[in-house]
Design a protein around this ligand. Structure first.
Ligand code: ZN
Ligand code: ZN
Ligand code: FE
Length: 759
C-alpha cells in the first residue's frame, strides 16, 4: 500500500548538502518523489511504503547532514501525483526568501585528504571546498544563497567543476563556491618592501612560507578578513608584531595544523578537543602546560593560550610548509576592525606586514574568528562570530514585530529579530573607531537585505553617549532604550528559550544605570519587559571614570578609601604614589569625576592591584584575567561581605573583604592564596545574596551573566555551589556572557516592552 506525504524542513538547510542527502536517503529506501529548495527551507514530496517513509523521517531527525541545523520538520498529507523515481527539482522562489544562510565552515576531512592527494585534480588547490565545508556567509551578497549572489559569481565554472556541481550524487552538488585551479580563485604574494617580487600560485605560497620562517610578519587573507601571521616559536618575530601593531599585552591566537599539534602546545581535554575540531573551529582557550613551548610574547602573563586549527585549505597548505605553530591575529592596527578588502588591507597594514598573501575571491562581510572556552565541562562562546554567525537563535515565542538591536559599545554585535529567529551578528568590535562605526552601519544594512527584514523598532543601550545610542536615534524609527544589565539577563534567558521570572546575577565592567551610576554588580529580578534591582554591590567612587578601567590602582585606592577612610594612608600602594593619591583623594572626597559604581569588574581590578599584579593595564579586564590565572585553586579560605538591607535594596558591602585582603597582604600571605580566597569570597557573596532574594521572591531560577563570568574559576565555583543549594542555574553557552551577547537581550526586551505598550 503506497502512501504520500510532504515534508517541510526549516532551518539552516540550504547550501549544506541537504538535497543530495535527501536524494540519497530516499533512493536507498525505494521512495519516489522530489526535493527542492523553497523560500523557507527544503520541501520533500514522498511516495512509497509507509514503513519506508517512517524510516526516512527517523533518519532525517537523528542523522541530518553535518552542517544542517534543522529548526522544524513538518509532515503534511501528500498531494496526488505519480513519480517514477526520486528527483531534485528546481528551486521555488516565488515568495520572499526567509531560508537561512549557513555560517562559514572549516575544511572537511574529505576535502583535506584530496588537497594532499597528488592524484586528485585539486591537489594543493588552496580553495577546495564542498557542500560540507567552505565559505558561505562571507561570500554571500544576497539571499537566496546561489552562486550568482556570491562573490564567486564572476568565476565561470570549467566543464569538470560543472559536472560535479550538477550531479546529485556528487559531494559538490550545488556547492556554490565550487572551484579548481582551472577556473577558480588564485593566490598571489606581494612583498611589502625590500627585495623580492610578486608571485602567484604555488610560488606565492612558498614565498609566504619563506618570509614566515625568516621571522617576518605576513598578512594572510582568510575567510572573513586578513590575519597577521608570524612564527609563534620566534620570540623576536612575535615582539616585532606586537610593536608594529601597538598591542602590548593582549594575547595573540595561535593556529596549528591539527589536534596533535594543539596537544603539543597546551592541555587539551575531551571537551576542548571536540570544540577545536567542531565544524566552526573557533579559537579555544587552553591552559598552558608547565613548560610552555611557544614564545613568551604570544600570551604574556596569561595561564591560557588561544588555539585554533587550520580551517581553510590555504591554512592547511601553509602550516604543512612551515611545520610550526603560527601566530594568527586579526589584521588591524590595535583596536580597529579587521581588514577584509584587498586595497584597504594593503594600505592599513602597510608598516605592519612584511608581505601579503592574498587571493581574488572577494570577502563580502568581515568576520573575525570566534573564541570559546570550556567551562563546567561544556563549551561557552566568548566571541560568537566566524562559524556561528549568522545562524539565528531560535525562540519559541516569535517577535511580534521585526526588531533591530544595536548592542553596546565594546565588543559590539547587533541583532535582527524576526519571527522565531534572532539573528545575532558577527563581531563588529569596539565602537570608538570611526571605521568600526561604519562597519556597524554596513553590517546592519547587509543583514536587513539578507534576511529581507525591515525593523519596526530599534533597541539600544540606556547609555546616552554610546555611539550605538546615537545611531539608533538617527534611523528614523521608534526607539526603545534597554538597561545594560537587564539586557544581559535577557540574553541568557533567550539562549535557553526561557521567559522570566529569574534572578539575574550580572557582574561586569560597566553599564549605565537608571540612576546614572555605573552599574556592574547587580541582582535583578527580570520578568519580560520589567526588572527590579533587588540588590547590588554598594557604591564606591570610580575616580576618573573610564580611566579607572585602565589604571586598576585607582580602584584599589577607592576601595581602600571606602574600607578604611583616613586609615588607608599607611597603605603601601598609596605610599608609592603620594602625589597621585593626593589628587585622587580630593576627587573621592568631593565626588569630582568619580561617579558611584557597583562594578564587580572594578572590584577584581582593585584586588589585583592590591596584591601587586598590575597598577596599569593595556586592555580592560587584563588585571582580572591575571588574578584568575594566579589563583590557588586549592585554597578554601574566603573573605566576609556584609549584607545590609537599605529600604527595598539589599546592599553588599565589600569593606570587610577589602580589610581581609589587606590584612593577608600585611601578614605576607602569597598572592596565589589571596587571589584564590577572593574568588571564593565572590562566590560566597553570590550564594548569600541569592539566598536572601530567593526567600523574598520565591524565585529559584538564577542566571549568571556579564563579562566577569568569562572567569572560568568564578563561574564554575559559583554555579556549582548554587546548584548544590538547589537552584536552577542558567549560564551562557551559545551567546557570550560579555557585551557581545547584549544585542540579543536588547532585542527580546524591546519587543516585550513594545508588546506591553500595545504595539
Ligand atoms: Zn569539504
Ligand atoms: Zn573548475
Ligand atoms: Fe556588560
Amino acid at each position: 500500500m503506497s502512501e504520500r506525504c510532504v515534508v517541510a524542513v526549516d532551518g539552516v538547510v540550504q547550501g549544506v548538502g541537504f538535497r543530495p542527502y535527501v536524494h540519497q536517503l530516499a533512493t536507498s529506501l525505494n521512495l519516489r518523489g522530489l526535493v527542492r529548495n523553497d523560500s523557507d527551507g527544503v520541501l520533500v514530496e514522498l511516495e512509497g511504503e509507509r514503513a519506508a517513509i517512517g524510516r526516512f523521517l527517523q533518519e532525517l531527525r537523528v542523522a541530518p547532514p553535518p552542517l544542517a541545523a534543522i529548526d522544524t520538520i513538518s509532515v503534511l498529507p501528500g498531494r496526488p501525483g505519480s513519480y517514477s523515481g526520486f528527483t531534485i527539482a528546481a528551486s521555488d522562489l516565488r515568495h520572499t526568501p526567509t531560508a537561512l544562510i549557513s555560517p562559514d565552515m572549516a575544511t572537511c576531512a574529505a576535502c583535506r585528504a584530496e588537497l594532499f592527494d597528488p592524484a586528485n585534480r585539486r591537489f594543493r588547490y588552496p580553495f577546495i571546498n564542498c557542500t560540507n565545508c567552505g565559505p558561505r556567509f562571507t561570500i554571500v551578497h544576497a539571499a537566496p544563497y546561489d552562486r550568482a549572489r556570491t562573490s564567486m559569481a564572476h568565476f565561470v565554472m570549467c566543464a569538470a567543476c560543472r559536472r560535479e556541481y550538477e550531479d546529485p550524487r556528487d559531494r559538490r552538488f550545488h556547492a556554490q563556491p565550487i572551484a579548481c585551479a582551472e577556473c577558480g580563485p588564485a593566490l598571489g604574494y606581494r612583498p611589502a618592501r625590500g627585495p623580492g617580487e610578486d608571485q602567484s600560485g604555488d610560488r606565492a605560497l612558498l614565498a609566504a612560507t619563506a618570509a614566515l620562517l625568516a621571522g617576518l610578519v605576513v598578512a594572510i587573507k582568510g575567510l572573513g578578513g586578513y590575519h597577521l601571521a608570524c612564527d609563534a616559536l620566534n620570540q623576536q618575530a612575535v615582539e616585532r608584531l606586537r610593536a608594529r601593531k601597538h598591542r602590548e599585552a593582549k594575547p595573540f591566537a595561535v593556529m596549528v595544523e591539527d589536534l596533535s599539534a594543539a596537544q603539543c602546545l597546551a592541555q587539551v581535554g575531551n571537551a576542548e578537543a571536540a570544540l577545536l575540531q567542531s565544524p566552526a573551529q573557533p579559537i579555544v582557550l587552553l591552559r598552558k602546560p608547565a613548560t610552555p613551548s611557544l614564545a613568551e610574547a604570544v600570551a604574556p602573563g596569561s595561564d591560557t593560550i588561544g588555539v585554533m586549527l587550520a580551517y581553510t585549505p590555504l591554512h592547511h597548505l601553509l602550516l604543512a610548509e612551515v611545520a610550526r605553530p603560527l601566530v594568527m591575529t586579526s589584521g588591524n592596527r590595535s583596536d580597529e576592525p579587521i581588514a577584509f578588502e584587498d586595497a584597504e588591507a594593503l594600505s592599513r597594514l602597510e608598516g605592519i606586514a612584511d608581505g601579503f598573501l592574498f587571493h581574488d575571491r572577494p570577502i563580502t562581510t568581515r568576520c573575525d574568528d570566534s573564541v570559546a572556552r570550556v567551562m563546567s565541562g561544556a563549551p561557552a562562546l566568548i566571541r560568537r562570530s566566524r562559524g556561528y554567525a549568522p545562524r539565528p537563535i531560535r525562540l519559541r515565542d516569535p517577535f511580534p514585530v521585526p526588531v533591530l538591536a544595536l548592542g553596546g559599545h565594546l565588543k559590539n554585535t547587533f541583532c535582527l529579530g524576526r519571527g522565531h529567529h534572532a539573528f545575532l551578528s558577527h563581531h563588529v568590535g569596539d565602537l570608538d573607531h570611526p571605521s568600526a562605526q561604519l562597519a556597524l552601519r554596513c553590517g546592519v544594512e547587509h543583514y536587513q537585505r539578507l534576511f529581507d527584514t525591515a525593523p519596526a523598532v530599534v533597541a539600544h543601550d540606556l547609555h546616552p553617549d554610546y555611539h550605538s545610542t546615537r545611531l539608533a536615534a538617527r534611523l528614523g524609527l521608534p526607539t526603545i532604550a534597554v538597561q545594560h544589565h537587564h539586557a544581559h539577563v535577557a540574553a541568557c534567558l533567550a539562549e535557553h528559550d526561557i521567559t522570566g521570572p529569574v534572578l539575574g546575577v550580572v557582574f561586569d565592567g560597566s553599564g549605565y544605570g537608571t540612576d546614572g551610576a555605573v552599574w556592574g554588580g547587580e541582582f535583578l529580578l527580570v520578568d519580560g519587559p520589567r526588572f527590579d534591582r533587588l540588590a547590588h554591590l554598594d557604591y564606591v567612587g570610580l575616580p576618573g571614570g573610564d580611566a579607572a578601567a585602565r589604571e586598576p590602582w585607582r580602584m584599589a585606592a577607592s576601595h581602600l578609601w571606602s574600607a578604611f577612610g583616613d586609615g588607608c594612608e599607611g597603605s603601601p600602594i598609596l605610599a608609592r604614589r603620594k602625589r597621585d593619591w593626593a589628587v585622587l583623594r580630593r576627587m573621592l572626597e568631593r565626588g569630582f569625576h568619580s561617579p558611584p559604581t557597583s562594578s564587580v569588574g572594578r572590584l577584581f581590578d582593585a584586588v589585583a592591584s592590591l596584591v601587586g599584579i598590575a597598577d596599569r593595564v593595556a586592555f580592560e579586564a587584563q588585571a582580572a584575567i591575571q588574578l584568575e590565572a594566579v589563583a590557588d585553586r586549592g585554597t578554601t579560605r574566603s573573605y566576609p561581605v556584609d549584607l545590609r538591607q537599605d529600604r527595598d535594596v539589599l546592599l553588599l558591602e565589600a569593606r570587610p573583604l577589602i580589610r581581609g585582603v589587606v590584612d593577608d597582604i600585611s601578614r605576607g600571605l602569597p598572592m596565589a592564596e589571596i587571589a584564590g580566597a577572593f574568588h571564593n569570597a565572590v562566590r560566597d557573596l553570590v550564594v548569600a545574596a541569592v539566598g536572601r532574594l530567593a526567600e523574598r521572591t520565591g524565585v529559584r531560577r538564577v542566571a549568571l551573566t556579564g563579562g566577569v563570568f568569562q572567569n572560568a574559576l568564578l563561574l564554575e565555583r559559583t554555579a556549582a555551589m548554587l546548584t548544590e543549594h538547589g537552584y536552577d542555574v542558567l549560564v551562557h553557552r551559545r551567546v557570550p556572557c560579555n557585551d557581545g551577547g547584549l544585542a540579543l537581550g536588547q532585542a527580546v526586551v524591546a519587543s516585550a516592552i513594545h508588546d506591553s505598550q500595545g504595539g
